[in-house]
Design a protein around this ligand. Structure first.
Ligand SMILES: [Zn+2]
Length: 294
């Protein structure tokens, strides 16, 4: 059985592992993200053997078909339109695929997580901002310019807060994990991350109210997605959702935001956790180059 070398490029670290077709990861490693990412990936790859393809998950906007990084934040040292998959494939002598981290998370959930057995779902990730990906008819739907599912910059408040994108009222500004932490820290500065917030919920009424207000903001965006696509399932990812207490609160709040006819939609927490990038990159490589060779 062919194994995939799975690479997850983040702002601070490159994670890597060998992935078997059943999603088993071995040889997990992590190193700081270097300025020259292609070179960093090749250095990482030198530590592995016996793989038949490379799957790469990365932050930024990726043209998956061309294998190029169209745009990334300054924190990642890609050149504009850098042909990453061609560089890696040429140097290692095996096929390489690259896709952005949110799309990878969705494909990983489809194969190894909360999307199993479900050909259609919408997957959202809540972190410093919000990402989204649409899995449709058993595959990723990318749109005409690889930007389908960018729900984080969907306006949920007309004339609302300014966003880093230059517009106002974007969903990310109100419903991201960062937005939750800001609300919670306004109650008490010790509620500085998801774990502390989850732990404080039972006995702090003001914190409960802050979380409920955030959950309402999350639901406003979910309602738009659900009314637009009528998906059977919506998967909520990002570190914050590992605390299922937040997923549960959102699920309880959702009926107040959608038409009753949509009530059957399933809201699930993502299951691949901090392996989302690796598993997604592996699943994508398996989908596209691996199945023939398995
Ligand atoms: Zn925005």
């Amino acid at each position: 059985m062919m194994k995939i070398l799975a690479i997850d490029v983040g702002g601070t670290a490159i994670k890597s592992a060998l992935a078997a077709p059943d999603g088993t990861l071995t040889g997990l490693r992590e190193c700081p993200t270097p300025p020259d990412i292609a070179r960093g990936i090749l250095q990482v790859a030198a530590g592995y053997r016996d793989y038949g393809a490379v799957g790469i998950s990365t932050a930024g906007i990726v043209d998956h078909k061309q294998g190029t990084i169209v745009f990334s934040s300054a924190a990642l040292g890609y050149r504009e339109n850098q042909p990453l998959s061609a560089q890696i494939s040429a140097a290692l002598g095996v096929p390489a695929v690259v896709e952005n981290d949110v799309n990878c998370a969705a494909v990983g959930e489809a194969h190894f997580g909360a999307g199993r057995g479900c050909g259609d779902f919408f997957c959202l990730t809540y972190g410093t901002s919000i990402g989204g990906a649409l899995y449709l008819n058993g595959r990723l739907y990318r749109g005409s310019r690889n930007m389908a599912g960018e729900v984080g910059h969907m306006a949920t408040h007309a004339f609302g807060r300014p966003c880093s994108c230059g517009r106002r009222g974007c969903y990310s500004e109100y419903a991201s994990a960062t937005a939750l932490v800001e609300r919670a820290m306004a109650v008490d500065p010790r509620y500085c991350d998801g774990r502390a917030i989850a732990a404080g919920l039972a006995e702090d009424g003001a914190l409960r109210q802050a979380v409920d207000d955030w959950a309402d903001e999350v639901c406003v965006g979910l309602a738009a997605v659900i009314h637009l696509f009528d998906p059977p399932r919506v998967i909520l990812g990002g570190g914050i959702m590992n605390d299922r207490i937040f997923v549960d609160r959102i699920r309880q709040k959702l009926p107040g935001h959608i038409l009753p006819a949509y009530d059957a939609v399933e809201i699930r927490g993502a299951e691949t956790g901090n392996r989302a990038g690796l598993l997604g990159a592996a699943a994508l490589a398996l989908e596209e180059v691996g199945r023939d060779a398995v």
